[in-house]
Every structure is written in structure tokens, then in C-alpha cells.
Design a protein around this ligand. Structure first.
Ligand code: MN
Length: 289
């Protein structure tokens, strides 16, 4: 048994979060042996929060919610109206997370998920810090924490590396704001899989495990051994969530934002079982037990 709780992203199973989709997601996540279901809030208009909470609780799962923003609701914008819409979306999403029974809300909370055509401005940075400081206070009042997921240069211009994320977390200055690493993004931006983990230490609060092409773990070229040894170096005890996308499971919004054009697998439940075993084996081999 490992001390890390293992999670799976809902897009492994279904593209949306209608009540019928949530039922299937919850059943398949539990059947594959996971402890945590990560639910993206990109489809929250179709989400029945109370029904989802009941289903998640009944399956004995914990829940984490995640999202990115949108270019017309973006707290890294220079336009006060666009920032205002982004802030409203964040506070609404935090309330949904609480309604689901979640204590952790993470993702690209600081910008849209997409390719920016220019550098972040100083005003945009100040807007991110201001909005996320307020959001962190809202979260603290609910006994909740926030994650800053570090994304690659094609998905954000705000934070691309662990060093960037620490600068942002320091500027926000709230102890309920943690950093979220994703091996898919690390592969594009970091020097290796070890130094970012060591740099973050106990400020690492959440991990996404994904291959370089976001398909089957072990079918790409990422050095997961190095990464899991580094997690052991810092005695990381937080969640580890498997994230994978294929054109076989489509969200009309999120799949396009993430450029999911290729079919890397078609059987989500089989993929999820494989990933659960793969991560468990890495943890056992590298001392996290
Ligand atoms: Mn991720």
C-alpha cells in the first residue's frame, strides 16, 4: 500500500458531466481502483452538483475539481471586464467544488488554456495576483486549498515552470495555495524531472501523471523512474492523478483547448486499470510505500 492517494481524470471515461455521464465516470473510476475522481468543471452547466456528490460519496471516492479559464473570462487580461468575468468564473467554480464535497480546486486558474500571441503584461500579472489572493481567501473560509497547475507555453503565458509557479505563489502569499506539477507539461518546459520536484518540496500539493503524448503510461519516452524517485526524495504524500486524453472521448470545449486530435486509446476503463497498476508499481519501486 502506498501513502499517496491515486486519482483519475474524468476525461478518461466521458467527455461531459451530465448526470448519466457522471454516473458512468464514478462507477468506472471506482471499478479501476482509484481513491480520487478529478472532475473538470468545463461542462458545469450540465453538472447536477448534488446528484454528483451523492454518487461520488456512495462510491467511496474523494473529489478534486479542476479547470482552465477562457479568453473572454481571463484573470491575466489587461481588460478589467475580462478579468471580472474570469474572477466570477473562479469563485463560482470554487463554490461548485465545495458543493461536490471537494477540498481542492486546481488547474490553470490564472489564465485561459490556449496559445497566447504575446507576453503576459505587468498589469496582467497584477490582475492574476489580485484575483487569486481573493480566491485563496474565499477558499480558506471554506477550509479549502487551491492548486496552481504549471502548463506548457502553448497553453498559457503565465507560469510554464516550477520556478515561475513559486514566484506566483509567493506573490499571492497565502499558505492554502499549492503548486501542481504535470509530467506532460514538465517534459516540454523543465530541464529534467528531478530539479522541479526538489525546488517545490513541501509546496508541491498535487501531481498529474501523463505521458509525453498523453496516451498509455509507458508507451512514450518520459523518465517516470526519475520523477517517482524525486517524489520519494521530498516524501511527497499528496495525491497522484492520472490524466490522459484521446479523440475517442471528446469534450467539445476541453478537447479542443488541449489540442486532442489523435486517437491514442479507445477503451478508457482498460487504460485506467493499466495506469493504476503502472503508478502503483512506480511507487513500490521507488520507495513511496
Ligand atoms: Mn494536467
Amino acid at each position: 500500500m502506498t501513502s499517496n492517494r491515486l486519482g483519475v481524470h474524468a476525461l478518461v471515461f466521458e467527455g461531459g458531466t451530465t448526470p448519466a455521464e457522471v454516473e458512468r465516470i464514478v462507477a468506472q473510476a471506482a471499478a479501476a481502483g482509484y481513491d480520487i475522481l478529478e472532475l473538470s468543471l468545463h461542462d458545469s452547466a450540465n453538472l447536477d452538483v448534488a446528484a454528483a456528490r451523492t454518487a461520488i460519496d456512495a462510491a467511496g471516492l474523494a473529489v478534486v475539481a479542476s479547470r482552465g479559464l477562457a479568453f473572454d473570462a481571463d484573470v491575466s487580461s489587461d481588460d478589467p471586464e475580462v478579468v471580472r468575468r474570469g474572477a466570477a468564473l473562479l469563485h463560482e467554480s470554487l463554490a461548485i467544488t465545495a458543493g461536490l464535497g471537494g477540498e481542492f480546486f486546481t488547474g490553470a486558474l490564472y489564465s485561459a488554456l490556449g496559445k497566447y500571441g504575446r507576453q503576459l503584461t505587468g498589469a496582467g500579472w497584477a490582475n492574476v495576483v489580485g484575483v487569486l489572493s481573493d480566491l485563496a481567501d474565499d477558499a480558506a473560509g471554506r477550509g479549502m486549498r487551491l492548486g496552481l497547475e504549471i502548463c506548457n507555453r502553448y497553453e498559457t503565458n503565465v507560469i510554464n515552470t516550477a520556478a515561475d509557479a513559486l514566484r506566483l505563489a509567493d506573490a499571492i502569499g497565502r499558505d492554502n495555495v499549492l503548486v501542481h506539477l504535470d509530467t506532460y507539461h514538465m517534459n516540454i518546459e523543465e530541464d529534467d524531472f528531478v530539479r522541479p520536484v526538489h525546488l517545490l518540496g513541501d509546496r508541491l500539493g498535487y501531481v498529474h501523471i501523463g505521458e509525453n503524448h498523453r496516451g498509455y503510461l509507458g508507451s512514450g519516452h518520459l523518465d517516470f523512474g526519475a520523477f517517482f524517485r524525486a517524489l520519494d526524495d521530498i516524501s511527497y504524500a499528496g495525491p497522484i492523478t492520472f490524466e490522459s486524453f484521446s479523440s475517442a472521448v471528446v469534450s467539445p470545449t476541453l478537447s479542443s483547448d488541449l489540442a486532442i486530435w489523435r486517437n491514442l486509446w479507445s477503451d478508457g476503463p482498460a487504460l485506467a486499470r493499466h495506469a493504476r497498476d503502472y503508478v502503483s508499481a512506480q511507487l513500490a519501486a521507488h520507495g513511496n510505500d
